[in-house]
Design a protein around this ligand. Structure first.
Ligand code: FAD
Length: 501
């Protein structure tokens, strides 16, 4: 039975009810530490969680959901990641990679039936893009579709899909194959229903992923026939649909990061207050204070990102043209997740190396966030390239001159002007582009923190995190200016063994 009237509850009551279920299943009935090391979520735990209809947050009201309000989605993701990052990612996949695209681009004739299965039968959905030979280079994917009568025949191989083997629905990406056998440049999206034998996807291998144990990954052999009504209808091209979908998803990463970083902060404060070394609580040591201040700054920055994302990333708006902010948020917040987990693991000492420690799990579980949905190096490069291209077009040489007029940095640029009052130049090597992208992303997110302050967020947290951002900008500026063109010497084996000398 569903938890009473979940969809009628006001949001705060809904969220509190959800949080208390998490506390009950993770701490009272079973121990999170124990099953954080098991593959999959125990079915009793899963059933209890799903009684709250968590995915109702991402289903529009006219189909029986809570309205696909970004703030509600991010709040749910944050509440989940405070207890379990795999749980939060499971919902993140369902929300951003299946339900939101379905709500926005699905054909009317099929939507209600699918949403009903998510609301009443605890169904789940994921997205298939990556192929063994085409990951970062996804636009060259080889999975193809051909229309045969009322159906599309889709064939190919996909791998590393979150929820491999257990999702009830997939969003399948592929390219149309012409009669001559050429693959179209555009990408098509199809829903597929794993319960229909004609749409069943065969799992040929399950991967032994080192973290995110709640989520299965693997290799999928695709040879399916889906009805015409399962094709998503783009507003213009499939590539624009893909950018809208991926950017919205990147903008919702802060939801998953929020609870995760808050948990790292709470555990870091609690541990260092209680742990005495040499007669002093750890938290009295300056380096420890610095480590915790870094995590606390990550907490504030991530709060600013959540607030910004809630303002504009709903399915009513098209995110295809918001690559700068989407990339800045995804790359920076995932760096912050990994950094916060590493810092807590260090502060915990040897106990941070126990497999059941939240810090150790956090290090491993947050690691792939730097890779999936656009590797961070690629995203930072794109950020720098977008800004340099616009500077070139507008014939602006200095970074500060450009950023002081850019909508997402205009308020904050004066604060960091002395640091960024330089000409980055043209034809930069990629290592410099990556540093420049890092600097720009920090400035963009500095503005989100300022915006939070205007809305009444605690001033001490805001000021500390603006100072931390300044420190980071200086750090990456040092790297940007200090780069030398050292590269790998691939045949380094000759005359390079120390034993001979
Ligand atoms: C835990 C996890 C969950 C995932 N979930 C999904 C999912 O649900 N659905 C799905 O379809 N896929 C998913 N993926 C796949 C993921 O999106 C790909 O792994 C990712 O796109 C990278 O592709 P690749 O592994 O082929 O690496 P490659 O493309 O071979 O890249 C390897 C590395 O090279 C570097 N690199 C690549 N391109 C550039 C560049 N332009 N500039 C600088 N450096 C670069 C980066 O360091 C990158 O990490 C998931 C992967 C993981 C690990």
């Amino acid at each position: 039975m569903d938890t009473p009237a979940t969809s009628n509850l006001n949001y705060i009551d809904f969220l509190n009810q959800y949080k208390s279920t998490l506390k009950s299943v993770f701490y009272q009935r079973d121990q999170l530490e124990k099953f954080s090391q098991r593959r999959g979520f125990p079915s009793m735990v899963w059933r209890e969680i799903m009684k709250n209809k968590p995915l109702s947050v991402s289903i529009p009201e006219q189909y029986g959901g809570r309205g696909a309000i970004v703030k509600e989605c991010l709040g749910l993701l944050a509440a989940s990641s405070y207890e379990s990052l795999p749980l939060s990612l499971t919902f993140g996949i369902n929300i951003a990679l299946f339900l939101e695209p379905l709500a926005k681009y699905g054909q009317e004739s099929v939507k209600q039936g699918i949403f009903d299965r998510f609301l009443h039968q605890q169904n789940m959905g994921g997205l298939m893009i990556t192929e063994p030979d085409f990951g970062s280079d996804a636009l060259n994917m080889q999975t193809y579709n051909q229309r045969i009568g009322e159906h599309y025949h889709i064939k190919g191989t996909k791998h590393w899909q979150g929820l491999t083997g257990i999702a009830d629905y997939w969003l399948m990406t592929c390219r149309n194959k012409s009669e001559k056998g050429d693959l179209n440049r555009d990408v098509d999206f199809f829903i597929c229903d794993a319960h229909d034998p004609a749409q069943h996807i065969e799992v040929t291998e399950l991967y032994n992923n080192i973290g995110l144990y709640g989520i299965p990954y693997g290799k999928n052999h695709v040879d399916i026939k889906v009805p015409e009504s399962y094709k998503l209808i783009p507003e213009s091209t499939g590539l624009k649909l893909m950018m809208d979908l991926l950017h919205r998803s990147r903008l919702q990463f802060p939801g998953m990061a929020m609870g995760f970083i808050e948990r790292m902060l709470d555990d870091a404060i609690d541990h260092t207050q209680k742990r005495y070394v040499g007669g002093k609580a750890l938290i009295q040591l300056d380096q420890v204070k610095y480590q915790i201040a870094r995590i606390q700054s990550a907490f504030t920055i991530c709060s600013g990102m959540c607030s910004r994302s809630s303002e504009f990333s709903s399915i009513e708006n098209n995110m295809a043209g918001h690559g700068l902010e989407a990339n800045a948020i995804k790359a920076f917040v995932t760096d912050l997740m990994q950094e916060s987990a590493q810092r807590l693991a260090q502060l915990k000492g040897a106990n941070g190396y126990r497999a059941e420690s939240f810090a150790a799990r956090g290090v491993v579980d947050s690691r792939p966030f730097l890779i999936f949905e656009g590797s961070n190096e690629m995203l930072y490069t794109q950020i720098a390239e977008m800004v340099l291209k616009q500077m070139g077009r507008k014939k602006i040489a200095k970074l500060s001159d450009y950023l002081c007029d850019l909508h997402c940095t205009t308020k904050v640029t004066s604060r960091y002007k002395s640091l960024i009052d330089f000409e980055p130049g043209t034809n930069l090597p990629q290592r410099k582009l990556v540093d420049l992208g890092r600097i720009i992303s920090r400035i963009i997110c500095g503005q989100y923190v300022l915006n939070l302050a205007e809305k009444g967020f605690r001033q001490d947290l805001v000021l500390d995190s603006l100072l931390m951002i300044e420190h980071e900008i200086s750090f990456w500026l040092g790297s940007f200016n200090g780069h030398v063109t050292v590269g790998p010497i691939e045949d380094y084996k000759e005359k390079s063994s120390w034993l001979a000398y």
